[in-house]
Design a binder for this molecule. Structure first.
Ligand SMILES: [Zn+2]
Length: 278
């Protein structure tokens, strides 16, 4: 069952399984949909809810090409929909396939993916009213991009920002991307001074969530840099979320696995092979 949250008169947030979000922006004669969910039952329900508006889907914007944000394109698009994504979309979906389904060949060709008609590299402005700025803000993945709606001061952040559906803290998640790039992108999000942030997963949030994410990233990067130049490297092997965000307890965090995946990425970047360190 999709949860519906009205953000403004024209902007609606839909939340499906795994708290994944899609955003609908309604214009006078058409709608724009940002992300299309993963499970057919969710995407079909999403398509039904969008059809209630009785307006064509002019654009689908995919914030990044992880399956939970683009698999539903086939259900949500209509005949004349233009799908837009960053030009590195294929790099992102391919690496997801290789990690999640190693050895499966031709999955890209054989799957139900509906590819973008238009790609961009840095910035694409959709000159509608309200105007949308589709900006390449990598970090969560190489193609991650945000949608900035200047007139509303709203950001649709994709998975560069994750939020839980409770009070639990979701850490920034860069296993598929790059922590330094994510840090830079979060700082750029701060510079835009949004009033509302619609995350890739979970409830709408505001800038103090970004501050917490920045703290987590700064701390993890700093600790790994120090470790790289120290001979006491084993000291940080068990780095937990609570070491990175002060005044937190382990039970304060949402989906612990994202942190462990981040750590495995850091180990890879800093070329630490734990099996040799027994
Ligand atoms: Zn996602």
């Amino acid at each position: 069952m999709i949860k519906i949250t009205e953000i403004t008169k024209n902007i609606t947030l839909f939340t499906g399984t795994s708290s994944v979000n899609s955003t609908l922006i309604e214009y006078e004669n058409f709608v724009i949909v940002i992300d299309t969910m993963l499970l057919p039952k969710d995407s079909k329900e999403l398509a039904k809810l969008i059809k209630k508006k009785n307006k064509p889907v002019k654009y689908i914007l995919n914030t990044h090409w992880h399956s939970d944000h683009c698999y539903g394109n086939r259900f949500v698009k209509d005949e004349n929909t233009t799908i837009i994504a960053h030009k590195k979309f294929l790099e992102t979906i391919t690496s997801e396939k290789n990690v999640l389904y190693p050895g499966r060949k031709n999955i890209i060709e054989n799957s139900n993916l509906v590819f973008p008609n238009i790609t961009f590299s840095e910035k694409l402005i959709l000159n509608e009213n309200p105007e949308l700025h589709f900006l390449h803000f990598p970090g969560h993945s190489p193609d991650s991009s945000i949608i900035w709606i200047p007139s509303e001061k709203i950001i649709v952040a994709g998975d560069n920002i994750l939020n839980s559906n409770s009070r639990k803290i979701a850490v920034p998640y860069f296993f598929w991307g790059n922590p330094e790039e994510l840090l830079l992108s979060l700082k750029k999000i701060k510079d835009l001074q949004p009033k509302i942030i619609l995350p890739g997963h979970g409830m709408p949030t505001v800038l103090n969530k970004v501050d917490k994410d920045i703290l987590y990233l700064q701390n993890i990067i700093e600790k790994y840099r120090k470790m790289a130049t120290s001979i006491q490297s084993k000291k940080f092997l068990n780095l937990s979320e609570t070491d990175l965000i002060p005044n937190t307890k382990p039970e304060d965090f949402w989906v612990h696995k994202m942190h462990t995946m981040n750590i495995s990425k850091m180990n890879k970047i800093y070329k630490i092979n734990f099996s040799e360190e027994k």
